[in-house]
Design a protein. Sequence first.
Length: 1000
Amino acid sequence: MQLQKAQIEMDYNFRAIEAKWRKFWQENKTYKTEIDNTKEKFYVLDMFPYPSGAGLHVGHPLGYIASDIYARYKKHKGFNVLHPMGYDAFGLPAEQYAIQTGQHPAITTAANLKRYREQLDQIGFSYDWDREVRTSDPNYYKWTQWIFLQLFHSYYNIELDKADDIKNLVALFEQEGNASAQAHGDQETLFTAAEWNAMSEKEQQSILMNYRLTYLSDSFVNWCPALGTVLANDEIKDGVSERGGHPVERKKMQQWSMRITAYAERLLSGLDKIDWTDAIKEIQRNWIGKSVGALVSFEIDQHAEKIDVFTTRPDTIFGVSFMVIAPEHELVNHITTAEQKDAIKAYQVKAAARSERERMADVKQVSGAFTGAYAKHPFSGELIPIWIGDYVLASYGTGAVMAVPSGDQRDWDFATKFEMPIPAVIEGQDVSEGADANKEGIICNSDFLNGLKVKDAIVKAIEAMEEKGIGKGKTNYRLRDAVFSRQRYWGEPIPIYYKDGMPMAMDESQLPLELPDVDKYLPTEDGEPPLARAENWKTAEGHPIETNTMPGWAGSSWYFARYLDPNNTGEFASQDALNYWQNVDLYMGGAEHATGHLLYARFWTKFLSDKGFLPFDEPFKKMINQGMITGNSKFVYSLVKSVKSSSTLNIPDNKNIPSIYIPFKAIQLRNKKNQSFIDDKITLSENETTYLNDLNLKIKVLEKVINEGLSNKFGKDLFEVKYSEFAIKSNVDVSIVTNDSLDIEAFKSSREEYANAEFILEDGKYICGSEIEKMSKSKFNVVNPDIIIESYGADTLRLFEMFLGPLEQSKPWDTDSIEGVHRFLRKFWRMFHDGENNFSLTDAEPTKDEQKILHKTIKKVEDDIERFSFNTVVSALMICVNELNDLKSNNKTILEQLVILITPYAPHIAEELWEKLGNQESVTLQAFPTFEPKYLVESSHKYPVSFNGKMRFMLELPLDLSKEEIEKTVMEHEESQKWLDGKTPKKVIIVPKKIVNIVV
RNA sequence: GCCCGGGUGGUGAAACUGGUAGACACGCAGGACUUAAAAUCCUGUGAUCAUUGCGAUCGUGCGGGUUCAAGUCCCGCCCCGGGUACCA
């Protein structure tokens, strides 16, 4: 350790260097950003972190490092780069902690933020910290609440295809009622102007709720009584809450919702103009779930009610041979005949016992029951049976389907099981083996649709339905309005109060509505949210204030805009700032937010753009999703032990009986040996057999020694320990394993029961097994960046995280291979120094070779950063340093450029060397080196010469040779003669500057 | 089931528009320096066969195909990761 420290101080002293430049950047505000109209802007943003108590592990900064490299690169390229960071500081973990400890979540959050900031600062990011935002700061959430009010005061005008002031809608109602209103909403009944004007304010307000973009309504939610809150679908795992594992029930509650459905079409079409991965776009498309078809009404025989179904294939209406409605459908009990009552009841009970998840996952089991009722076919008037079946879910669409067994596999399965007809409606259709979902073909057996192509038949069918008044063309979206209320404490209060039970918006001047103090962070006795505990939670006039708070996604739906002008008190951001900085050019983050944050942020952006508050309608132009860094878990294998004794009283405590650990290799061989019984191709080699025999012998010897030791300690022959063939695999902390070799002393002292462990060694080492798993505390495979920085420095960490592999792929962390990039940095450092670590460079004119190496690297680094291939840049820099080293080059002109080239990746060492080169200004502000093609001009090319596509030899040829001359030279070469073997080539392919291929 | 990724040495990976498969690293083996170690440097390292040398054959999940030439393009499968759902 002493020596190592001395070594560090001898040459590349990263600890001193990094501390020095961190201080310099902070003191000189090197990364402060301001509007500069002379420069083009570039906005690089990382997804908002939630500061958890556990701090950062090495997986977290992966994206931050990549975006920081890109931001720094863009700055070198002359852009005015905005690169801020802040925190999504409201959230459930802090609240859970508050419930347990009584400590205010603001205090825990502040402590976590401090820790995050310390960790982030160590890594050397170029964030402009003066722009930091925190969603839990009243100066921030004032504007979150303000946006809520804007939504409350707006409705969606279908004619203008954008959000509009609700006052305009009220004016229309006063003049014409709602019959002509082109407004997206849930209002089903019509009223005249006179009726509207005659309504009480309360009645009017309740109607307006059906139009407002944020509105109060009853909706089904996943209520978790133990947590006293509603959970999102993805917060529920296997029917219980993800956190704590408490039961969850479906419950109808009055909730604030966001009318995101009004934006369904624009959220869908907007995807075409943004540069995101196809995977994320596809997830959003599926989530929005647009389907075009028709809504058809089926009359029920002997009943007044009708059953509505939505279908994407109205052309197959004559292929309907039965109907299936969900077991929970509201009409089931009403229409079921007396004879069928018992069967239906029994089936309903059965279906209710299965979770929705189960019903969805299980495709193979077909089940259902007949109601005894019949529907009338809307065209033929034929009676068709109505069944219930659990493959139809009440919560989707209308909860009913018109079954077309010839065209839908599930309907086909159902028809086959219950022996119902499967009428073909497309010419030449074979439905004996299964349904045919093909959308090509000519319709038949379908009255007025006969002879039409599917596409035309769909149009014609809808026309006919509309004419007959039994259906209409409809576009259906799967997307549902987003529930916005949370029964939690640690979130933004909703700026609403209740006047005689009527929800009223607070005035903007009263914002921020600050989060009040409460005595406990739990729901009240009667199930009211925690805010109901606050004293005097009323307006000045005494009206009670809303007690729900906003969800986690509220603050993160617009934060990118606040960074543009974070300290503005008069508006969320000034028009100047918005017009200059615009939207995010590069957004870096995980793909897991595909249907949450990324959809809601797009929705709010479109709304704010509609209202003229934002000059753009998509928040994130380009997005890159970094992959997860997985952990590399290490395992040890202890033999199963058993103790034989005449009396249980004589057996010593288990921790006194040593475990025997066998190497990973032994486990592999034993597995292989067992397989050999099944597959006779697998046999152990002589060496392997010897190894195993040797191992068994060693175990026997150890067993004997252990038993003797125990006898001496606890008395003779009282008991005997036996070690079986079987081994137990257990996780061992990755920090005590180097190159799969276990630090046995550290292992023994880590726990009392390990203290007397025995190891079977190979070459004096115990080699562990390893497996790739998610990083988690329980697997002892979490690697903390602080430790890496302490032993190798932040520049090494930055380079290494990039060097691991392509950014977007998930990849395992392996601390051992970090040596490579660290060695590279030391090598780089030594290029600038002599043997005594004195800074020493030559001022000579660079040679042609040196220039070539440099410019090849400039081009490669630039091209690769532009296409976000961060890993290959590191290789390119390594190759450059290796090649310059081979030339024993220490040319100042060349190395000066190289320092700038490496700055985005390793800013600390770059600053230090830049300063030593005699510069005053920070290297981060220097222009990126210009690539000069003239240095790469070649006069010859080394051609690989292939015969029948197989490369046989290399041949260097001048570039100015014609194809004929190349062919002649190649054919005359003695190697060619050998491969031609006297034959005449059939064909010679010459691709200039690429290859020569001779076909024999 | 459907959609999106991915499958290349012992390991992480590279090969961007079809044109020398395995760059660059890790690890391993051998060597130099050293009293010794660390650090550093040099050499080798896909597999098999041949090794005295020249080398030869095979090889990018599997099976076909297109092409002078396929990790890359096409068809059909298998496996792994992620998303999503009886969306009618």
